[in-house]
Design a protein around this ligand. Structure first.
Ligand code: GLN
Length: 280
């Protein structure tokens, strides 16, 4: 028995809300919003109906919409996402903004994004600063493939390197190091909510039992100076309650102009400093 798009949509909307039901319908039928409105009375092909039922069931089961659609928006652009990468958060826009501010006065800055995931930060930086030389590192080959596809999709020139944090960088130095590392503490109940169980643990938590989630942030602070030119900046995203600790690490490591910046929700979300190149 065939069913009309509009009818299937109305039924799904009762379970997952109208907007998501529509986005999944467009995905299942490979049509635009306008086509859906114009042809709401079209009958779903059996394979479309099956695909839609499956998508709606997964969403009801808690799978994040972005994974079901295979894409998500960040800073005004659409990026491919798979379960190998974290879904872009608007919180991360402040990392990009403050990264750009840190190299605003420099021509052709050398930038590296560590733990690039889907590549949203590296790609957005490269597009905002076409003169920059942007590199991006990730330890996950599957994540790097997504990031590479996103760079190609947006025509961003980014050099991708597979490896653990600074390992693939050799002795290279940069004007700017940015990172959105895993920072959720291993025991944080948040990991069991809001779709996080569907996201890669590798991107969310350092996994240190009983830890505070700061081990990757601490590693980045400790080693960044060896990869910064004199006057180079580091900008690291962290958890809502980690700004004070991150600033303390930056001060202790000898960075100047240590500061934190708030995300759109008003939470101190990114901290960083300037390496003056006086030691290490
Ligand atoms: N901000 C994300 C969250 O709390 C975590 C991102 C990360 O660990 N880098 O859901």
């Amino acid at each position: 028995m065939s069913v009309m798009r509009a009818q299937a949509l109305a039924e799904a909307a009762q379970r997952i809300g109208r907007r998501e039901a529509r986005e999944l319908m467009q995905h299942a039928c490979r049509c635009t919003h306008a086509e859906l409105i114009a042809h709401g009375d079209a009958l779903l092909a059996p394979e479309e109906a099956a695909a839609y039922a499956e998508l709606v069931a997964c969403r009801v089961g808690g799978a994040p919409l972005a994974y079901l659609l295979g894409s998500a928006w960040f800073a005004g652009r659409e990026f491919a996402v798979t379960p190998a990468v974290l879904i872009p958060r608007p919180d991360t826009e402040v990392l990009v903004e403050q990264g750009l501010a840190a190299v605003a006065g420099k021509a052709a800055p050398r930038i590296v994004d560590l733990g690039t995931g889907s590549g949203i930060v590296a790609v957005t930086l490269a597009l905002a600063r076409p003169d920059a030389v942007v590199s991006a590192v990730d330890v996950s080959p599957a994540a790097l493939a997504v990031a590479q596809a996103n760079a190609a999709r947006h025509g961003a020139a980014v050099r991708f390197l597979l490896g653990d944090w600074f390992a693939p960088l050799g002795g290279e130095r940069f004007d700017l190091i940015v990172s959105n590392p895993p920072y959720v503490a291993a025991g944080d109940p948040h990991l069991a909510r809001d779709g996080l169980p569907f996201e890669p643990d590798l991107a969310l938590t350092d996994g240190v039992p009983g830890g505070d989630g700061m081990s990757c942030v601490a590693h980045l602070v400790a080693y960044a100076a060896r990869h910064l030119v004199a006057g180079g900046a580091v900008r690291i995203e962290h958890g809502y309650d980690q700004a004070v600790k991150t600033r303390a690490l930056l001060h202790a490591a000898g960075y100047a102009q240590v500061a934190s910046w708030r995300d759109a929700a008003g939470i101190e979300r990114v901290s960083g400093g300037l390496w003056l190149g006086t030691s290490a």
